[in-house]
Design a protein. Structure first.
Length: 140
């Protein structure tokens, strides 16, 4: 669980700093990741990209897109369910969209695989992808 906490803190700091285009350091994020890590992202989200992001370079590219989308992200609650090498996180988070300034509070279930102290796979599932897309694209 300490690894996941370190990862989420580093991810939030990287995103809030604006990603690599703003000079944010990726090293703290990379330290949590296996070199062959893969992130599988569901379609329909503003930050889906190709749907699969590979290796440190892929995760950094994803987080750069994520940082373009979100101004901030706050974990309100993160509860782990752990079974061998799988850590499923039950997350309640609040995001603020850069484009609109609007916020959304949502739930995410993220299945993570951890091997030898590093994250090797992410599979996040967002409760309401349409609401996330809406908050990023339409000012109110």
């Amino acid at each position: 669980m300490a690894l996941m906490n370190r990862f989420y803190a580093a991810e939030a700091e990287y995103v809030a700093a604006g990603g690599s285009s703003s000079g944010a350091e990726f090293a703290a994020v990379a330290a949590c990741l296996d070199p062959d890590v893969v992130l599988y992202q569901a379609p329909g989200l503003p930050f889906t990209g190709t749907g699969a992001w590979h290796g440190h370079q892929g995760i950094q590219a994803f987080l750069d897109l994520f940082a373009e989308t979100w101004q901030s992200m706050d974990l309100i609650e993160a509860r782990p369910l752990i079974d061998k090498d799988t850590v499923v996180m039950l997350i309640q988070a609040r995001f603020r969209a850069r484009a609109t300034g609007r916020t959304i509070e949502t739930r995410i279930v993220q299945a993570n695989v951890v091997t030898d102290g590093r994250i090797t796979e992410f599979r996040p599932y967002y409760w309401d992808p349409a609401a996330i897309a809406d908050v990023c694209s339409r000012p109110r």
